[in-house]
Each structure stands twice: as structure tokens, then as C-alpha cells.
Ligand binder design. Structure first.
Ligand SMILES: [Zn+2]
Length: 312
């Protein structure tokens, strides 16, 4: 297995260190972040230009490889909720049969690796249209869910994807559960949290010792991002393709395989599963698409990271 993923380690070669910064929001180390460049408040394209007046600064932590904005962006109120188009899509395909097979890898992990029994307590943070909550309940678990957006919350309850008595229409920050209540917690997408350490620690309080936390986020080392960064550097722009604090999807932190390895070792967590989903290759040829997918997943340079950690 590759140690820290592929991604060409390009950022390492393009880092410079003009502005030291106070603290990494994940591993909390002080004055160990490098200024990477600027992220514009618009689609950057291949040739983003050199006007950085409406841009945020992007930094990378040298210890945990987290990429983040500093100063942190103030996100719009609706930035944590899923896109409206997802609700439209769900309404058009509300037949529960469509959900069969969803999250099969997670359920397989919970049953065969984590060995959770029927009735084990599971929490889905940001349950959206309720697909994960539904398939987890079908698998025999007692599922609780948190969804801040009213339309999505209502849709999931009305279609019996979530259970009214165990679902909460509020934000993660406003929720509280008793200590060590859950065997498993879904916490995603982590890329929306500008204070990810605080969010993870809050979820860990609700988790039983030996319980599992599932984290999903965008991958800083996505292969196409590395190529884009190369083009930006080659054309002498100071723009970088990381984060998206000023426009949807409002990513404020991006992670790599190394980020999770470092974070687990610093916080006494066991890294139980580390994976990267290719998601989209933009290659039409089926054979080439499959090859590219395998490559991205083998070397952790797919679009997303998917991680399961165990509380000790
Ligand atoms: Zn860090």
C-alpha cells in the first residue's frame, strides 16, 4: 500500500513560506503552515488571471497536509445543506427500491469488520434525503439522524426514510447527545467544517469506546487538481485549485491520506479503513475509465477520501 498517496506531492515543491500563521484547524500545530496561493471567488478555469483582489488565501499544514483558508471564510447559512437539485432528484426517484445496494461497502464493514449486532445505535449527521439512514435501518441498526434543512428533513420523514422520533431538524453544532451513546457515526462532508478538530472531537464524545466514525471529504490530492496546479504554476499565476470558500460547494478544508494518518496518530485513534473514490474520471472510453479509476483508488488520488476511524 502506498504510504501517503499519489497526487505527485506537487504541493511540496510549490510551497513557499512568506506568511507564518497561527494554528492548523485540524492538528492544531502553530506556525507550521505554508502559504500556497489564492482561491478566487469564481470559477477559475485553466487561465484564472492575476487579479487576486477578491480571493482568499490558502495554506497547507506541513505536519498533517491539511489545506485550509486563512483567515477562515464566513460561510453562508445554507452552506452545510445539500443542493436543492438532490431533493428534486430524490422526489423523482422516491421508489425505495432505488436505494438497494446503496452504501453496501459501509454496511459490509459494520457487519463483518466492526461486527455490530442488530439494534446497534448509529447516527447519521447531515442525513439529507435519508438514503443512508434508510439502508442502515434496513440492515437492522437503530438509526438517529440530524438534518438542518427543513425540506430535506420533511422529505425523509414523509417517505419513511428516517424515523420522526429519531430525527432532528437542526444543525450539528446545536445537537447534543449523551456520552458514548453510539456505535457508529457518519460525519460528512468534513470539507464544510472550518474547525474540523472541534467537530470530530464533538462526535467522538457521543461515540462508545471501540466505536467507529466515518468521515468523508474532498481529496486535496485529486489527480486532476494536481494537473491543474501544475498548469497554474507553469503559467505563473498564484491561484491554486484548492478549497472553495466563497461559492458552492463551500469547501473550506481539503484532506489527503496523510492528513488522516497523522491525525489518528496524534489523537489516539485507529485508522480502520482508508479509501479514495475516483467518482468521475471524465473519460468516455470504458476500458480507459476503468484503468484510471483503479489507478486513482490504488494511489489515493480520487476525487473523494473515505475514512473510518475507531475510538480507542
Ligand atoms: Zn495540521
Amino acid at each position: 500500500m502506498c504510504d501517503i498517496g499519489f497526487g505527485f506531492e506537487l504541493t511540496k515543491y510549490f510551497m513557499n513560506y512568506p506568511g507564518k500563521i497561527n494554528k492548523c484547524p485540524l492538528c492544531l500545530i502553530e506556525n507550521e503552515s505554508a502559504f500556497l496561493g489564492y482561491r478566487l471567488n469564481k470559477t477559475q478555469g485553466l487561465f484564472p488571471g492575476r487579479d487576486y483582489s477578491n480571493a482568499t488565501k490558502v495554506y497547507c499544514c506541513k505536519r498533517c497536509d491539511l489545506v485550509y483558508n486563512h483567515p477562515p471564510a464566513v460561510l453562508p447559512v445554507d452552506s452545510f445543506v445539500e443542493d436543492d437539485s438532490l431533493l428534486t432528484l430524490a422526489q423523482a426517484h422516491s421508489d425505495l427500491g432505488n436505494y438497494e445496494g446503496a452504501h453496501a461497502d459501509i454496511i459490509d464493514f459494520l457487519k463483518h469488520t466492526a461486527k455490530l449486532k442488530a439494534g446497534a445505535k448509529v447516527l447519521d449527521v447531515g442525513s439529507g434525503i435519508g438514503r443512508a439512514a434508510y439502508v442502515l435501518r434496513q440492515a437492522g441498526f437503530e438509526v438517529y439522524s440530524i438534518e438542518p434543512k427543513k425540506e430535506l428533513y420533511d422529505f425523509a420523514n414523509q417517505n419513511k426514510l428516517t424515523q420522526v422520533e429519531r430525527s432532528f431538524n437542526r444543525s450539528f453544532e446545536d445537537c447534543d447527545f449523551e456520552k458514548e451513546k453510539f456505535d457508529f457515526i457518519f460525519l460528512e462532508p468534513l470539507n464544510h467544517f472550518s474547525e474540523p478538530h472541534a467537530a470530530i472531537q464533538k462526535a467522538l464524545v457521543w461515540l462508545k469506546p471501540g466505536g467507529y466514525l466515518h468521515l468523508e471529504t474532498v481529496n486535496k490530492r485529486w489527480l486532476y487538481k494536481s494537473i491543474l496546479l501544475f498548469i497554474y504554476r507553469f503559467t505563473f499565476t498564484k491561484v491554486v485549485p484548492f478549497t472553495s470558500p466563497l461559492r458552492k460547494p463551500y469547501n473550506v478544508c481539503e484532506y489527503s491520506a496523510k492528513t488522516f494518518k497523522v491525525y489518528c496518530s496524534l489523537n489516539n485513534l485507529k485508522l480502520s479503513r482508508l479509501g479514495s473514490y475516483a467518482c468521475e474520471t471524465y473519460i468516455k472510453n470504458k476500458w480507459a475509465d476503468k484503468m484510471m479509476r483503479n489507478f486513482m483508488e490504488r494511489y489515493y488520488c480520487g476525487m473523494e477520501m473515505s475514512v473510518i476511524v475507531q475510538k480507542q
